[in-house]
Design a binder for this molecule. Structure first.
Ligand SMILES: C[S@@+](CC[C@H](N)C(=O)[O-])C[C@H]1O[C@@H](n2cnc3c(N)ncnc32)[C@H](O)[C@@H]1O
Length: 293
């Protein structure tokens, strides 16, 4: 089996983009939204009860780093008074929900979260959330990103950080004994081999949080296949992202890349296998931590 451990410098196709990236940018928002809804179902909550009680005030100020579409913030905003404040930060506005689909108290900002937050935002937030950023992060990025979250939080503020461990998406699984997984396995190996993913954060994020002064650090883990009824749809989304990688490899003209036709053929077969019961899954790690009062 291929080695998916990440070297930060080996991310030619995935620097600053989503693993569940759309095949073309115009569908990025639709794909991220579909992914968001399914992953919220798999995790089972928007904000974990540990975070809400007793840490969040009735009208919280919340920052989401790498906010994608902003849908996550909109979902949470709908559960709080209009006087609460929700700020999403992302390096790209390509997937943002249009302003008409965002309540007035959800604001999206074009920001490179690799850079430290400005002093004016230090201690500004009751809650900082981060979700599904590891595809665009190298090993060297985790400490700064956690440190920025710490700076943004008020004393007593909470951190909720959820990441998928793409290092273990193989083997492709069968939902029943007749399901065939060969094309899905082959396409996944080829695409993931080119864009290796790390599980480095699993063991290393908690000590980083600890070293920064966070307390009450906890890690929960569930799998994307926790709810069997979401397996096929999540697999189609994931394979759509892999197809995007295979297409970019083909377009790069590299000798070892599949042609566009070969990529299309294998992708079509992967989707047929999903229809027949093959599915992909990975662990979802949820980290919770608090800034001391
Ligand atoms: C997989 S998407 C996840 C989006 C969102 N958190 C969600 O759960 O749907 C990763 C997001 O991180 C953003 N991103 C990548 N690098 C970034 C950076 N340096 N600063 C801010 N956002 C970044 C991407 O633009 C993308 O929207």
């Amino acid at each position: 089996m291929a080695n998916f451990r990440l070297q930060p410098t080996q991310l030619p196709f995935l620097d600053n983009v989503c693993i569940l990236e759309a095949v073309d940018q115009s569908s990025a928002s639709i794909q991220l939204n579909a992914q968001h809804k399914l992953l919220v179902k798999a995790v089972g909550y928007h904000l974990h009860p540990t975070i809400i009680q007793p840490h969040l005030p009735a009208e919280p100020k919340v920052a989401d780093l790498g906010a994608g579409t902003g849908t996550f913030l909109v979902d949470i905003a709908n559960q709080y008074p209009s006087t609460a404040q929700f700020d999403g930060y992302d390096i790209s506005d390509v997937a943002w929900l249009p302003p008409t689909e965002r309540p007035a108290n959800v604001t999206l900002h074009l920001t490179n979260c690799k850079k430290p937050p400005p002093p004016a935002l230090h201690g500004a937030y009751d809650l900082v959330t981060l979700r599904f950023l590891n595809s665009g992060m190298g090993i060297e990025d985790w400490h700064p990103r956690a440190s920025h979250a710490f700076q943004l939080l008020k004393p007593g503020g909470a951190l909720q950080w959820i990441e998928a461990n793409f290092a273990q998406v193989l083997p492709i699984l069968q939902s029943h004994p007749d399901a065939v997984t060969s094309a899905s396995e082959k396409g996944t190996v080829r695409a993931m081999h080119e864009s290796p993913h790390t599980d480095w954060f699993v063991a290393n994020l908690p000590p980083i949080l600890d070293s920064l002064g966070f307390h009450g650090i906890k890690q929960n883990v569930t799998r994307t296949d926790r709810l069997p009824e979401t397996r096929a749809e999540l697999s189609r989304l994931f394979f759509g992202a892999l197809y995007g990688i295979l297409r970019r490899m083909a377009a790069s003209g590299r000798k070892d890349a599949w042609t566009l036709e070969e990529a299309e053929e294998i992708y079509a077969e992967m989707l047929r296998e999903v229809d027949a019961g093959a599915y992909v899954t990975c662990d979802l790690h949820q980290f919770f931590a608090f800034k001391p009062l």
